[in-house]
Ligand binder design. Structure first.
Ligand code: SAM
Ligand code: SF4
Length: 356
């Protein structure tokens, strides 16, 4: 089993064998190769996107997510326009270069038009200095086109699992949560002109290394520009909490997530790969370890401290007591401790975008 084989001949069986590999020397060699690949092609610095969790109001009921609409214990919120613009100002002053607006999924025009307005205003007040990524769920092509025209240029919509049967097991049945609609929405994101990002959760109930290998091949087949993936983590007030005894242990979910990043870097060398917050939930240096395994993006949270508790998608979510300033300084300390440089005031677009 050689690392070079992964890059030159990515096949389900070979990827699955690497994911199952517990030989620490081999795994270290895998990370080293992925890191070298990233450094050679994208540089050694990590790009930051300040994260604004705009609203936890969601029409969907995903079995794994703490802010699903059936969870009546959640205090629902919408950030005000002023709060969003204040966060954008923070991102610009911090030199983040880009921000991400994420929220629960809502289809009402009052919501979709508000996103367009906020994107336009952020572009205006930042003098087009801030790049904008959106992650607000599934919408029709026209909505994505409107958001793109307003000035957002990247969109994240995770497929969650590329196995349609596993996808079905993660969601209530019916058209609102269908695999087919998710796939169609991803197609619409691409068609609208966005740099397109997707991703999966790792360590889901019933998921195998073969599913995960197929997820990586799915990203390649779909020719995405960006991937954000991380461990699945339990939330006590979700239907999936009852399956907690069946899950891989947390250290295995962390190790599997790092291997997924490294393998993806080798099979899609020029895409953007995020080291997600869920990695930090399992290890205080989880995001930095993600970067050292080949990721090149981190999304520091800028959401106001007063509502962070209410965007708890999983129980172990880190930084819930912090504000934007504290999350920034913690991340900067961690990155410095691991010898990772930050790229400031750059969009850090996917090098892959626009290539045939
Ligand atoms: N509502 C939008 C959507 O679902 O695309 C964006 C927000 S949603 C909170 C962002 C991502 O959070 C989802 O794509 C999912 O992968 C992740 N997520 C939700 N619950 C999770 C959990 N329990 N563990 C890990 N990730 C989770
Ligand atoms: Fe809503 Fe996204 Fe959570 Fe699903 S994962 S319940 S769509 S916020």
């Amino acid at each position: 089993m050689s690392v070079d084989e992964l890059a030159h001949n990515p096949q389900q069986a070979i990827i699955a064998a690497w994911l199952a590999c517990d030989d620490q020397e081999k795994v270290k060699a895998l990370y080293a190769k992925a890191l070298a690949q990233k450094n050679a092609l994208l540089g050694d610095a990590v790009h930051l996107r300040g994260l604004i969790e705009l609203s936890n109001i969601c029409a969907k009921d995903c079995f794994y997510c703490g802010i699903r609409c059936s969870n009546t214990k959640v205090v629902r919120y919408d950030l005000s326009d002023e709060e969003v613009l204040e966060a954008a100002d923070f991102a610009q002053k911090a030199g983040y270069g880009s921000l991400v607006i994420q929220s629960g999924e809502r289809s009402a025009p009052t919501f979709t038009k508000r996103i367009s307005r906020l994107v336009t205003e952020i572009k205006s007040i930042s003098n087009n200095q801030l790049g904008i990524t959106l992650s607000c769920g599934e919408h029709p092509l026209e909505v994505y086109q409107e958001w793109f025209a307003a000035g957002a240029h990247r969109y994240l919509l995770r497929i969650e699992s590329s196995n349609p049967n596993l996808y079905a097991s993660l969601h209530p049945s019916g058209t609102r949560h269908s695999y087919k609609s998710r796939l169609q929405a991803l197609g619409a994101v691409k068609k609208a002109g966005f740099q397109t990002g997707t991703g999966v959760m790792i360590g889901l109930p019933g998921q195998t290394v073969f599913d995960l290998a197929d997820d990586l091949l799915f990203f390649k087949e779909l020719d995405v520009d960006m991937v954000g993936m991380g461990p699945y983590l339990e939330h006590v007030d979700t239907p999936f909490f009852t399956l907690k005894e069946t899950l891989w242990p947390k250290d295995k979910r962390l190790a599997m997530s790092l291997k997924m990043i490294a393998i993806l870097r080798l099979i899609m060398p020029d895409i953007n790969i995020a080291a997600t917050t869920a990695l930090q939930a399992l290890d205080p240096y989880g995001r930095e370890k993600g970067v050292l395994a080949g990721a090149n993006i981190i999304m520091p949270n800028m959401t106001m401290a007063k509502v962070r508790q209410n965007y708890r998608i999983y129980d172990l979510k880190p930084g819930l007591e912090e504000d934007a300033e504290l999350s920034k300084s913690h991340l900067e300390e961690n990155l410095a401790a691991m010898g990772i440089r930050i790229a400031r005031n750059e969009w850090g677009d996917s090098l892959h975008f626009g290539k045939c």
